[in-house]
Design a protein around this ligand. Structure first.
Ligand code: SAM
Length: 267
Protein backbone atom coordinates (compact mmCIF):
# COMPACT_ATOMS: atom_id res chain seq x y z
CA UNK A 1 0.00 0.00 0.00
CA UNK A 2 2.02 2.93 1.32
CA UNK A 3 5.44 1.44 0.86
CA UNK A 4 6.50 4.34 -1.35
CA UNK A 5 6.68 6.64 1.70
CA UNK A 6 10.28 7.03 2.81
CA UNK A 7 10.97 6.24 6.45
CA UNK A 8 12.00 9.26 8.52
CA UNK A 9 14.88 8.47 10.84
CA UNK A 10 14.12 11.59 12.90
CA UNK A 11 10.72 10.07 13.83
CA UNK A 12 12.16 6.68 14.75
CA UNK A 13 10.47 5.00 11.79
CA UNK A 14 11.40 1.34 11.62
CA UNK A 15 8.37 -0.43 10.26
CA UNK A 16 7.36 -3.97 11.17
CA UNK A 17 5.37 -5.83 8.56
CA UNK A 18 5.97 -9.49 9.34
CA UNK A 19 2.49 -10.93 10.10
CA UNK A 20 3.98 -13.47 12.51
CA UNK A 21 5.46 -10.80 14.80
CA UNK A 22 2.39 -8.55 14.45
CA UNK A 23 0.13 -11.39 15.63
CA UNK A 24 2.54 -12.25 18.44
CA UNK A 25 2.35 -8.64 19.68
CA UNK A 26 -1.47 -8.69 19.66
CA UNK A 27 -1.39 -12.11 21.39
CA UNK A 28 1.00 -10.80 24.08
CA UNK A 29 -1.39 -7.89 24.67
CA UNK A 30 -4.27 -10.39 24.88
CA UNK A 31 -6.42 -8.08 22.77
CA UNK A 32 -10.08 -9.21 23.02
CA UNK A 33 -13.31 -8.07 21.32
CA UNK A 34 -14.23 -5.93 24.35
CA UNK A 35 -10.94 -4.01 24.46
CA UNK A 36 -10.18 -0.39 23.74
CA UNK A 37 -6.65 -0.18 22.35
CA UNK A 38 -4.43 2.86 22.15
CA UNK A 39 -1.66 2.57 19.57
CA UNK A 40 1.20 5.05 19.54
CA UNK A 41 2.78 5.56 16.14
CA UNK A 42 0.71 3.41 13.72
CA UNK A 43 3.20 4.18 10.95
CA UNK A 44 2.09 2.33 7.84
CA UNK A 45 -0.81 0.73 9.72
CA UNK A 46 0.31 -2.91 9.74
CA UNK A 47 -0.05 -3.44 13.50
CA UNK A 48 -3.16 -1.21 13.50
CA UNK A 49 -4.80 -3.59 11.04
CA UNK A 50 -4.18 -6.61 13.30
CA UNK A 51 -5.43 -4.72 16.37
CA UNK A 52 -8.52 -3.49 14.49
CA UNK A 53 -9.51 -7.08 13.69
CA UNK A 54 -9.45 -8.04 17.38
CA UNK A 55 -10.49 -4.97 19.41
CA UNK A 56 -13.74 -3.10 19.99
CA UNK A 57 -12.01 0.21 19.41
CA UNK A 58 -8.58 1.41 18.27
CA UNK A 59 -7.25 4.92 18.78
CA UNK A 60 -3.99 5.48 16.89
CA UNK A 61 -1.83 8.56 17.49
CA UNK A 62 0.55 9.44 14.66
CA UNK A 63 2.82 12.48 14.44
CA UNK A 64 3.91 12.20 10.79
CA UNK A 65 1.50 14.33 8.72
CA UNK A 66 2.39 12.39 5.54
CA UNK A 67 0.91 9.20 6.99
CA UNK A 68 -2.43 10.59 8.16
CA UNK A 69 -4.33 10.66 4.83
CA UNK A 70 -2.96 7.27 3.89
CA UNK A 71 -3.99 5.73 7.22
CA UNK A 72 -7.40 7.39 7.02
CA UNK A 73 -7.91 5.89 3.59
CA UNK A 74 -6.74 2.48 4.75
CA UNK A 75 -9.18 2.42 7.68
CA UNK A 76 -12.08 4.29 6.10
CA UNK A 77 -15.30 2.40 6.70
CA UNK A 78 -13.89 0.94 9.95
CA UNK A 79 -15.69 3.21 12.35
CA UNK A 80 -14.09 1.62 15.39
CA UNK A 81 -10.65 2.84 14.25
CA UNK A 82 -9.72 6.49 14.89
CA UNK A 83 -6.57 7.90 13.36
CA UNK A 84 -5.50 11.03 15.24
CA UNK A 85 -2.75 13.40 14.19
CA UNK A 86 -1.06 14.01 17.54
CA UNK A 87 2.22 14.07 19.38
CA UNK A 88 2.04 11.19 21.85
CA UNK A 89 4.13 13.27 24.28
CA UNK A 90 1.42 15.94 24.36
CA UNK A 91 -1.74 13.86 24.15
CA UNK A 92 -4.34 14.43 26.96
CA UNK A 93 -4.45 10.83 28.26
CA UNK A 94 -6.39 11.99 31.32
CA UNK A 95 -9.41 12.55 29.06
CA UNK A 96 -9.60 8.89 27.95
CA UNK A 97 -12.73 7.17 29.22
CA UNK A 98 -12.77 3.59 30.49
CA UNK A 99 -9.79 1.23 30.61
CA UNK A 100 -7.40 0.88 27.68
CA UNK A 101 -4.63 -1.40 26.55
CA UNK A 102 -1.69 0.46 25.03
CA UNK A 103 0.08 -1.42 22.24
CA UNK A 104 2.96 0.11 20.32
CA UNK A 105 6.08 -0.36 18.32
CA UNK A 106 7.50 2.76 19.95
CA UNK A 107 9.77 5.27 18.27
CA UNK A 108 12.91 4.49 20.26
CA UNK A 109 14.06 8.10 20.58
CA UNK A 110 11.15 8.85 22.92
CA UNK A 111 10.39 5.44 24.41
CA UNK A 112 11.41 6.39 27.97
CA UNK A 113 9.31 9.61 28.23
CA UNK A 114 6.34 7.82 26.66
CA UNK A 115 6.58 4.98 29.18
CA UNK A 116 6.78 7.55 31.99
CA UNK A 117 3.71 9.35 30.64
CA UNK A 118 1.63 6.20 30.27
CA UNK A 119 2.59 5.06 33.76
CA UNK A 120 1.63 8.49 35.13
CA UNK A 121 -1.85 7.72 33.77
CA UNK A 122 -1.93 4.20 35.15
CA UNK A 123 -5.60 4.53 36.10
CA UNK A 124 -6.39 4.63 32.36
CA UNK A 125 -4.47 1.52 31.29
CA UNK A 126 -4.62 -2.13 32.29
CA UNK A 127 -1.56 -3.16 30.28
CA UNK A 128 1.13 -1.62 28.08
CA UNK A 129 2.55 -3.95 25.42
CA UNK A 130 5.57 -2.26 23.92
CA UNK A 131 8.15 -3.10 21.31
CA UNK A 132 11.35 -1.56 22.62
CA UNK A 133 15.07 -1.57 22.12
CA UNK A 134 16.26 -4.82 23.75
CA UNK A 135 18.50 -3.01 26.26
CA UNK A 136 15.62 -0.79 27.41
CA UNK A 137 13.37 -3.85 27.79
CA UNK A 138 16.03 -5.55 29.91
CA UNK A 139 16.47 -2.47 32.09
CA UNK A 140 12.73 -2.26 32.70
CA UNK A 141 12.42 -5.91 33.69
CA UNK A 142 15.62 -6.28 35.75
CA UNK A 143 15.36 -7.18 39.43
CA UNK A 144 17.35 -5.43 42.20
CA UNK A 145 20.99 -6.52 42.34
CA UNK A 146 21.34 -7.01 38.60
CA UNK A 147 23.62 -4.87 36.49
CA UNK A 148 20.78 -3.46 34.37
CA UNK A 149 18.62 -2.45 37.36
CA UNK A 150 18.39 1.34 37.50
CA UNK A 151 16.25 4.46 37.32
CA UNK A 152 13.85 3.10 34.70
CA UNK A 153 13.47 -0.30 36.41
CA UNK A 154 12.41 1.34 39.69
CA UNK A 155 10.13 3.87 38.04
CA UNK A 156 8.33 1.17 36.06
CA UNK A 157 8.24 -1.47 38.80
CA UNK A 158 6.65 0.99 41.23
CA UNK A 159 3.53 0.91 39.08
CA UNK A 160 3.73 -2.21 36.96
CA UNK A 161 4.82 -5.83 36.71
CA UNK A 162 7.05 -6.05 33.62
CA UNK A 163 7.53 -9.20 31.58
CA UNK A 164 9.72 -9.68 28.53
CA UNK A 165 7.59 -11.59 26.02
CA UNK A 166 9.91 -12.27 23.06
CA UNK A 167 12.77 -10.84 21.03
CA UNK A 168 12.43 -9.34 17.56
CA UNK A 169 15.59 -9.38 15.44
CA UNK A 170 16.70 -6.16 13.75
CA UNK A 171 16.23 -7.80 10.34
CA UNK A 172 12.45 -7.97 10.87
CA UNK A 173 12.15 -4.17 10.46
CA UNK A 174 12.31 -1.87 7.45
CA UNK A 175 14.64 -0.04 7.46
CA UNK A 176 16.81 -2.34 9.60
CA UNK A 177 17.73 -0.63 12.90
CA UNK A 178 21.16 -0.93 14.51
CA UNK A 179 19.73 -2.70 17.57
CA UNK A 180 17.66 -5.77 18.38
CA UNK A 181 14.26 -5.30 19.98
CA UNK A 182 12.01 -6.99 22.49
CA UNK A 183 8.32 -6.95 23.30
CA UNK A 184 7.54 -6.19 26.92
CA UNK A 185 4.22 -6.29 28.69
CA UNK A 186 3.72 -4.02 31.69
CA UNK A 187 0.75 -5.08 33.76
CA UNK A 188 -0.22 -1.99 35.72
CA UNK A 189 -0.75 -2.59 39.41
CA UNK A 190 -4.16 -1.89 40.92
CA UNK A 191 -2.29 -0.57 43.94
CA UNK A 192 1.08 0.93 42.94
CA UNK A 193 3.87 0.63 45.55
CA UNK A 194 2.99 3.16 48.20
CA UNK A 195 5.16 6.27 48.36
CA UNK A 196 3.72 9.01 50.49
CA UNK A 197 6.13 11.56 49.07
CA UNK A 198 5.55 13.35 45.77
CA UNK A 199 6.81 11.65 42.61
CA UNK A 200 9.00 14.60 41.65
CA UNK A 201 11.09 14.12 44.79
CA UNK A 202 11.32 10.37 44.23
CA UNK A 203 12.49 10.97 40.65
CA UNK A 204 15.15 13.48 41.70
CA UNK A 205 16.37 11.02 44.35
CA UNK A 206 16.52 8.13 41.87
CA UNK A 207 18.37 10.27 39.33
CA UNK A 208 20.89 11.29 41.99
CA UNK A 209 21.63 7.80 43.30
CA UNK A 210 21.73 6.10 39.90
CA UNK A 211 23.75 8.79 38.13
CA UNK A 212 26.95 7.31 39.56
CA UNK A 213 26.17 3.70 40.20
CA UNK A 214 29.43 2.84 41.93
CA UNK A 215 28.91 5.35 44.71
CA UNK A 216 27.43 4.42 48.05
CA UNK A 217 23.94 5.74 48.73
CA UNK A 218 25.38 8.26 51.18
CA UNK A 219 27.56 9.81 48.47
CA UNK A 220 24.91 9.47 45.78
CA UNK A 221 22.42 11.42 47.88
CA UNK A 222 24.70 14.48 48.19
CA UNK A 223 22.93 16.51 45.44
CA UNK A 224 19.78 16.48 47.59
CA UNK A 225 21.61 18.51 50.26
CA UNK A 226 20.20 16.59 53.22
CA UNK A 227 22.01 17.64 56.45
CA UNK A 228 24.50 14.90 57.54
CA UNK A 229 22.89 14.38 60.96
CA UNK A 230 19.58 13.63 59.22
CA UNK A 231 21.28 11.16 56.90
CA UNK A 232 22.70 9.49 60.02
CA UNK A 233 19.13 8.75 61.08
CA UNK A 234 18.30 6.81 57.88
CA UNK A 235 19.42 3.31 59.01
CA UNK A 236 17.58 3.55 62.33
CA UNK A 237 14.39 4.89 60.78
CA UNK A 238 14.23 2.88 57.56
CA UNK A 239 16.57 -0.10 58.07
CA UNK A 240 18.57 0.97 55.01
CA UNK A 241 22.35 0.98 55.35
CA UNK A 242 23.73 3.99 53.42
CA UNK A 243 26.95 2.16 52.57
CA UNK A 244 24.89 0.07 50.14
CA UNK A 245 24.75 0.88 46.44
CA UNK A 246 21.52 2.02 44.80
CA UNK A 247 21.28 -1.06 42.61
CA UNK A 248 20.75 -3.28 45.68
CA UNK A 249 17.61 -1.52 46.94
CA UNK A 250 14.14 -2.89 46.27
CA UNK A 251 11.34 -0.66 45.03
CA UNK A 252 9.78 -0.71 48.52
CA UNK A 253 13.10 0.37 50.08
CA UNK A 254 13.33 3.29 47.63
CA UNK A 255 9.84 4.35 48.69
CA UNK A 256 10.77 4.19 52.37
CA UNK A 257 13.97 6.15 51.74
CA UNK A 258 12.18 8.83 49.67
CA UNK A 259 9.44 9.21 52.29
CA UNK A 260 11.95 9.63 55.10
CA UNK A 261 14.30 12.01 53.23
CA UNK A 262 11.45 14.16 52.00
CA UNK A 263 10.30 14.62 55.59
CA UNK A 264 13.85 15.61 56.57
CA UNK A 265 14.07 18.14 53.72
CA UNK A 266 10.81 19.81 54.68
CA UNK A 267 11.23 19.50 58.48
N1 SAM B 1 3.57 0.88 14.24
C1 SAM B 1 4.37 0.96 13.03
C2 SAM B 1 5.04 -0.36 12.79
O1 SAM B 1 5.07 -1.19 13.73
O2 SAM B 1 5.53 -0.59 11.70
C3 SAM B 1 5.42 2.08 13.10
C4 SAM B 1 6.38 2.02 14.25
S1 SAM B 1 7.70 3.18 14.09
C5 SAM B 1 8.92 2.37 15.12
C6 SAM B 1 7.24 4.53 15.17
C7 SAM B 1 6.06 5.35 14.70
O3 SAM B 1 5.85 6.39 15.67
C8 SAM B 1 6.27 6.07 13.39
O4 SAM B 1 5.14 5.95 12.60
C9 SAM B 1 6.48 7.54 13.77
O5 SAM B 1 6.09 8.46 12.77
C10 SAM B 1 5.62 7.63 15.00
N2 SAM B 1 6.01 8.70 15.93
C11 SAM B 1 7.24 9.20 16.17
N3 SAM B 1 7.20 10.15 17.12
C12 SAM B 1 5.90 10.24 17.51
C13 SAM B 1 5.21 11.03 18.46
N4 SAM B 1 5.87 11.93 19.22
N5 SAM B 1 3.87 10.88 18.58
C14 SAM B 1 3.19 9.98 17.82
N6 SAM B 1 3.80 9.19 16.90
C15 SAM B 1 5.13 9.31 16.74
Amino acid sequence: MIDSIRAKKSLGQNFLKDPLYLCKIADAAQVCPDDQVLEIGPGLGHLTGVLAKRARRVLALELDTRLIPVLEREFSGQDHVAIVHADALEYPYAALTGKWKAVANLPYYISTPIIQLLIDHCDKFSTLTLLLQKEVARRIASPPGSKEYGFLSVLVQLSAEPRIEFMVPAGAFTPVPKVDSAVVTLRLREHPAACKTDKAFLISMLKAVFSQRRKTLRNGLKPLAIPPDRLDAVPGQTGIDLSRRAETLSVEEFCALADFLREQQTA
